[in-house]
Ligand binder design. Structure first.
Ligand code: GH3
Ligand code: MG
Ligand code: MG
Ligand code: MG
Length: 306
């Protein structure tokens, strides 16, 4: 059996119909063939077909009943159903479509029509899932900074609020660091903006790779400023991370003639630690870290103030 072919389930109590349908579809589909509704319900759940061709009049549970059960089950509710039936009354068709079937085809079977309808619905389904994937990819991209590929300010605002809520619920501490590259204007003036851009990328990746935990957040806050959120981290933990981040960046040994030490690029860090019981708003914790960053700058740069 070719496992790349779409899976089509055929449900009909008449053997002749099953045979006709099998001959129409066997070349282009993996077929799951059922002779009654009960078997169809079991196999739909275990085999997850891409589409079901469903007879209505069957002994035991009829096609309407099968469809209803499938739509009520999260495991099968997204499988499109096409009714294929001898019931050609308007009311029957209305009922079938109301239940949620994507199509309603009447017997006697016109092979070409049935083949095309099945093909068209599967194409629509493929297009819909492609659109969904693209939307998910776009949503991911919308959270990233274009230059460095790390989280952007917009996503940070959202995630910080989420982390603060989580910390308050779980009564866990949070640390936030504002990180700013020292004398970066002079870096651009000396080496040019393109080299400046590459430098920002290097620093961003260094900060990101360095953070030990999956729950830690590093974002580009703007220009040459980064923000780091440390979940479940107390003051001492935050101090340790800040010291290590500053060292990691200076260990990059990015030449910077116009820096304070006249040698390598450095960063300044301002931090703010909140305990779980203080209900701090995102803007308060950021402004607290900002004030510390200002102090770090004014005490000579390449410094940490917490
Ligand atoms: P300080 O030590 O006080 O932080 O001084 P500074 O020069 O780093 O700070 P200032 O705020 O005066 O300058 C920030 C510079 O960062 C100015 C701007 O040209 C540069 N910058 C901001 N965004 C980018 C960017 O995307 N690419 C490049 N190449 N430079 C940027
Ligand atoms: Mg029947
Ligand atoms: Mg700055
Ligand atoms: Mg700066």
């Amino acid at each position: 059996m070719d496992f790349d072919l779409p899976k089509l389930m055929i449900v009909d109590d008449e053997e002749t119909t099953r045979l006709i349908l099998k001959n129409i579809f066997k070349k282009d589909y993996q077929l799951i063939i059922c002779a009654n509704g009960e078997d169809a319900l079991l196999k739909a759940k275990s085999e997850r077909p891409d589409l079901i061709l469903l007879d209505i009049m069957m002994p035991g549970i009829d096609g309407y009943g099968v469809a209803q059960h499938l739509y009520e089950d999260v495991a099968t509710k997204n499988i499109p159903i096409i009714f294929l039936t001898a019931l050609d009354g308007v009311n029957d068709e209305v009922q079938g479509l109301k239940i949620g079937a994507v199509d309603y085809v009447t017997k006697p079977i016109q092979p070409e029509i049935v083949r095309l309808r099945v093909g068209n619905h599967l194409m629509l389904k493929r297009q819909a899932s492609q659109l969904k994937r693209q939307a998910e990819q776009l949503a991911l991209l919308a959270d990233l900074d274009g230059l460095t590929g790390i989280m952007n300010r917009r996503a940070l605002d959202r995630e910080l609020q989420r982390e603060l809520n989580r910390a308050a619920r779980a009564e866990l501490p949070i640390g936030l660091l504002m990180i700013d590259i020292d004398y970066f204007k002079s870096y651009n003036d000396t080496y040019g903006h393109l080299v400046g851009d590459r430098c920002l990328q290097k620093v961003a990746h260094c900060l990101q790779n360095f953070l030990p935990r999956r729950t830690d957040i590093i974002a580009r806050y703007g220009g040459e400023e980064f923000c780091c959120v440390l979940f479940n981290t107390d003051f001492e933990g935050m101090e340790l991370i800040a010291t290590r981040l500053a060292k990691a960046v200076s260990d990059l040994q990015i030449p910077h003639a116009g820096s304070g030490n006249g040698e390598y690029l450095s960063i300044s860090i301002g931090g703010c630690s909140i305990d779980p019981m203080s209900l701090t708003r995102p803007e308060d914790i950021i402004s607290c870290a900002d004030q510390h960053l200002y102090q770090a700058k004014h005490s000579g740069r390449a410094k940490i103030s917490l």
